[in-house]
Design a protein around this ligand. Structure first.
Ligand code: KG4
Ligand code: ZN
Length: 340
């Protein structure tokens, strides 16, 4: 089956062509520079930019895949969760294309799509579900942080999620306090490499809480108070590096410990992880080390598939349609708060 998939839930305009689990193309146009001057994603600007970019991105995706519109057998789009105005662009475009081609349309959950990005591997990428075992999936990005038990393909259970800020949001907000450009996650990652993670002691929120939930707003607040009390330190480059390393250590400690604990409790053999924060080098290394210590197989999404992309949407849509899931109504609405 050849699926054309669209993802516009936040600030990436992406279109992919997926056929029988193979990613024929996956074009991502990031708006990160546009939003950087505002220090975060501005929903109205994101929607306008999606409108501007969607057609050229779709043309490139079809061209790279050598697929003609008439060869598309199903159309998919992210239905939610996400920014309402941004979701609207991709969803309505996908429904219009499906209507024009007379093909089925399927709306997918953005978080559910992230569950499949660790299984997109190889060159060219292919959905590789052979090693699919029950797994615990960590999804951490700018908008979400969650642990999910994936019992089988298309069968999963949300274990916990953030009660306030997402992990990526914490990176970005701490970065803003340090005067770093948005999004600060990649910069903090780089600065932390020459910083001391034990320089400052920040809280590890909910580390000892028995639930699988997360909370990162208290960590952000403690950094704010710390900087208020030590403004002179901001003039030191080494201080900034040490602070980045210390905050990153707190976030990584919580994500790794809670993921491993959930995997042990659910007695799964495999851990998967995706979402923009999984681009973080320390988090990737620490997860790999912890999984090896406890004998878990680890599938980290490749960095290009950690961040938002339409390939994961297309792979999930194809899986659903080939497993008898009914297409979505052509007049279905966006679902900005859709839960997993
Ligand atoms: O998945 P994503 O592209 O978009 C959504 O939020 O859905 O994730 C973006 C988030 C941002 O908060 C960004 O700062 C964070 O992922 N991020 C990182 C790194 N690369 C991206 N955080 C820490 N270290 C990184 N290397
Ligand atoms: Zn995402």
């Amino acid at each position: 089956m050849t699926v054309l998939a669209i993802e516009t839930s936040c600030d990436e305009t992406s279109v992919a062509l997926v056929r029988n689990g193979n990613i024929l193309s996956n074009i991502v146009s990031s708006q990160v520079k546009l939003h950087a001057e505002y220090g975060g994603v501005v929903p109205e600007l994101a929607a306008r930019e999606h409108l501007r970019n969607l057609l050229p991105v779709a043309r490139s995706a079809l061209q790279e895949a050598s697929v003609k519109p008439a060869e598309v057998e199903a159309v998919a789009a992210t239905q939610g969760p996400g920014l309402p105005s941004a979701l609207l662009v991709g969803l309505k475009a996908a429904q219009a294309v499906a209507f024009a081609l007379g093909k089925p349309f399927i709306g997918v959950n953005h978080h559910e799509a992230h569950l499949y990005s660790p299984w997109l591997a190889g060159q060219p990428p292919r959905a590789d579900f052979n090693a699919f075992k029950p797994n615990i999936a960590l999804i951490a990005s700018g908008g979400h942080t969650m642990l999910v038990e994936v019992q089988a393909q298309l069968k999963h259970r949300l274990l916990g999620s953030t009660l306030d800020d997402a992990a990526g949001e914490c990176f970005d907000k701490v970065g803003k306090m340090l005067g770093l450009a948005y999004p600060a996650g990649p910069l903090i990652d780089r600065l932390a490499q020459s910083g001391n993670p034990a320089a400052f002691e920040f809280p590890r929120p909910m580390l000892d809480d028995p639930s699988d939930d997360f909370s990162f707003s208290g960590l952000k607040t403690s950094v704010r108070y710390f900087l208020r009390d030590h403004p002179e330190l901001l003039h030191s480059e080494q201080f900034v590096r040490d602070l980045c390393a210390s905050v990153q250590a707190a976030i990584v400690d919580v994500l790794v410990a809670k993921t491993i604990r959930a995997a042990k409790r659910c007695a799964v053999k495999c851990i998967t992880a995706s979402g923009g924060v999984l681009c973080n080098s320390t988090l990737r290394n620490r997860l790999a080390a912890a999984a090896a210590t406890d004998g878990f197989m680890l599938r980290l999404a490749e960095k290009t598939f950690c961040t938002d992309n339409a390939a994961m949407v297309g792979v999930l849509a194809e899986l659903k349609l080939t497993h008898g899931v009914q297409p979505t109504d052509l007049d279905a609405e966006i679902a900005p708060s859709m839960s997993l």
